[in-house]
Ligand binder design. Structure first.
Ligand SMILES: Cc1cc2nc3c(=O)[nH]c(=O)nc-3n(C[C@H](O)[C@H](O)[C@H](O)COP(=O)(O)O)c2cc1C
Length: 362
């Protein structure tokens, strides 16, 4: 069978993904101004999920009112949002895909306005991209943020998510803690690899206690930052192995982020993010999701065949054509509307919500 590896189900804890194809987290900004699920947000995810996607990870949602990345970002930190979120996760589940959500705090990399006028980070070091200088978080505040990640995970599970992914890459708060470039704390949350990783370890422990044993806990982490002195594959592996002891089930490998400009996407287009995932996979004991630059199913199948990953995520190519997988499986590759990597999806338009240059029906 063509695409045999991609189409083989995969079980983690008690969840069976019907295949190895993942829609990675994408911040659509399609929710309402107060973070509720909208019909547009549901339609966006349903169309992708129902077209042959085994795991659909809803894009970064904030863990508190001052952590979200978009003014129309989907929110889950407040229990009053569980009913709204349930509509979204139900739609994904009914479409035949496993519903998951990514949880995030933007830290120093978010906009001052969405942060409530004060950026926070592990250390008071300016964000390279914006030059904004954050305030160093106190131990009490770190404890509060750990609780907020765990509590939002619990809300997600109550709303029907079967997997929660913590966002530890792309220059956001957890990445800021993990990286020696942005974390120069002298207390137990900074310094050694173990100390920089502590916040994620504590989130995993606290979240596991709240969500129980059946839920899949994931982490998206950087295997490189494209800045001298940043995270490396070796340090990423060391941290993933530590997190595995704390209950991490699956790891999603990315690299770079806001601090290194568009480098993550140029590296993705060269296939280099998939290769990084392969390097990590050789040295960790849990399943690996690879992502970056996949435009066709044969590329995804090859990543599995070469042992680079256990699951493969396809982002922009599914925004460009939500039917990429089903069209390909039915022998209609020629009808696939291909992503041209123009990066229009990263450029804010006049209205809230992402725009795609080759798909005007988002
Ligand atoms: C519009 C847009 C929004 C994104 N939002 C997120 C996000 O919320 N969280 C995240 O970890 N990655 C986010 N990403 C990165 C994607 O998940 C993915 O890693 C990246 O696009 C590379 O994969 P691709 O080449 O298949 O698109 C976003 C990407 C795009 C295009």
């Amino acid at each position: 069978m063509k695409y045999e590896r991609l189409l083989t189900p995969f079980t983690v804890r008690k969840t069976t993904f019907p295949n190895r194809i993942v829609f990675p987290p994408v911040q659509t900004n399609f929710a309402s101004a107060d973070g509720d699920v909208t019909d547009r947000l549901i339609r966006f995810y349903r169309r992708i999920a129902e077209n042959g996607i085994g795991l659909t990870i809803v894009g970064a949602t904030g863990i508190s009112p001052v952590s979200r990345l978009g003014d129309h970002a989907f929110c889950l930190y407040d229990e009053s949002k569980i009913g709204s979120a349930a509509r979204l996760f139900d739609a994904i589940q009914s479409a035949g895909s496993v519903p998951a959500v990514q949880l995030n705090h933007g830290g120093r990399a978010m906009s001052l306005k969405l942060a409530g006028g004060q950026l926070v980070a592990p250390s008071a070091i300016a964000a390279p991209a914006s030059k904004n200088v954050p305030r160093e978080l106190s131990i009490e505040e770190i404890d509060e943020i750990i609780g907020q990640f765990a509590h939002t995970a619990e809300n997600a599970v109550k709303a029907g998510a079967r997997m929660v992914e913590f966002h530890g890459t792309h220059s956001f708060l957890l990445n800021q803690f993990l990286s020696p470039l942005s974390n120069q704390r002298k207390d137990r949350y900074g310094g050694s690899t173990e100390n920089r990783a502590r916040i994620v370890a504590e989130i995993l422990e606290k979240a596991r206690a709240l969500v129980g044993d059946d839920i899949v806990l994931g982490l998206r982490i950087s295997a490189g930052e494209y800045i001298d002195g940043g995270m490396t594959v070796d340090e990423c592996v060391k941290m993933v192995n530590m997190f595995t002891e704390k209950g991490l089930d699956i790891v999603h490998i990315s690299a770079g982020g806001r601090d290194s400009g568009g480098r993550m996407l140029t590296e993705a287009s060269k296939g280099n993010l998939i290769r990084l995932a392969g390097e990590v996979k050789k040295k960790v004991k849990i399943p690996v999701i690879a992502v970056g630059g996949i435009l066709r199913l044969d590329q995804a199948e090859r990543a599995l065949e070469e042992g680079q990953a256990d699951m493969v995520a396809i982002g922009r190519a599914l925004i460009a054509d939500p039917e990429l997988v089903t069209k390909t499986l039915r022998g209609r590759e020629k009808d696939v509307v291909e992503c041209n990597a123009c990066l229009q999806c990263f450029v804010p338009g006049p209205e809230p919500g992402i725009i795609c240059a080759v798909n005007d029906d988002l």
